[in-house]
Design a protein around this ligand. Structure first.
Ligand code: 6PG
Length: 240
């Protein structure tokens, strides 16, 4: 596990553009080394803005998007195609517009999928299809310090054996979700936490200031080779 490195950008747009560029560089390097790479996508405004910048980036075609495996760190447990699903948003923002291989897009089961309205089965099925590790794991951070759908002091933050869990009674709607756990996030080579806005400043300062992962789950998101916090100036405002 690596100590967090912090990079601060002047504004959210610059953060999204620079993160898209960083992603292109990292994925290009991995593909040059061994052909394929795995990328974990995140929902939220910042994650979606990164995808929009990725699509518009002049160097986008340096990456062979058909040789990337796409996963999600969490999902809102809603019917297929629901506009609030992270999958739907990532498809619209990016995946539908590049030559991503449909067989390498790995969404979590929807609430009207193979297991019907059973998020525990959806979680177990996702744990089965996941690789042992990921190359780049993108995450957002919530105002109270959640990351993926791991909320402060919730059962998911105490999970040590399962890689994927069903999350119920979420403080943020929708109440039912499926999420990777902190141990699963920590298998990733690089973890990049992206967050912007002054509403995140307290959570960012706590996470980087020694809060426990039970208090601020984002504090427990660490990569094997790298943990990167990509912030805009307002989200970084309370860092000492
Ligand atoms: C959700 C959101 C959430 C989000 C963070 C950061 O599932 O409710 O996706 O987890 O990633 O709250 O969101 P912003 O990037 O919009 O600040």
């Amino acid at each position: 596990m690596t100590a967090p490195q912090v990079v601060v950008f002047a504004n959210p747009d610059l953060l999204a553009a620079a993160t898209a560029a960083r992603l292109i560089t990292r994925l290009t390097d991995i593909q040059a080394e061994r052909g394929s790479a795995s990328l974990v996508l995140t929902g939220g405004r910042t994650g979606t803005a990164v995808l929009a910048h990725l699509l518009a980036a002049p160097a986008k075609d340096a990456v062979d998007w058909s040789r990337i495996d796409y996963y999600w760190g969490d999902e809102r447990f809603l019917p297929a195609g629901h506009p609030d699903r992270n999958e739907t948003q990532a498809r619209e923002a990016f995946l539908d517009h590049v030559n991503a291989d449909p067989a390498r897009i790995h969404p979590m089961e929807p609430s009207d999928g193979r297991f019907g309205d059973d998020p525990d089965q959806a979680a177990a099925a996702y744990a089965e299809l996941m690789p042992d590790d990921f190359d780049v794991f993108l995450l957002g951070v919530g105002e109270e310090g959640h990351t993926a759908s791991i909320f402060p002091s919730s059962p998911a933050v105490f999970e040590t054996s399962k890689a994927v869990v069903a999350v119920r009674d979420c403080p943020k709607p929708p109440p039912t979700r499926v999420s990777l756990t902190l141990p699963a996030i920590r298998t990733a080579d690089e973890v990049w936490l992206l967050t912007t806005g002054d509403s995140k400043a307290d959570a960012v300062a706590s996470a980087l200031g020694g809060a426990t992962e039970v208090e601020i789950p984002a504090a427990g998101a660490r990569g094997v080779s790298r943990t990167l916090w990509l912030l805009d100036r307002t989200a970084a405002a309370k860092l000492s």
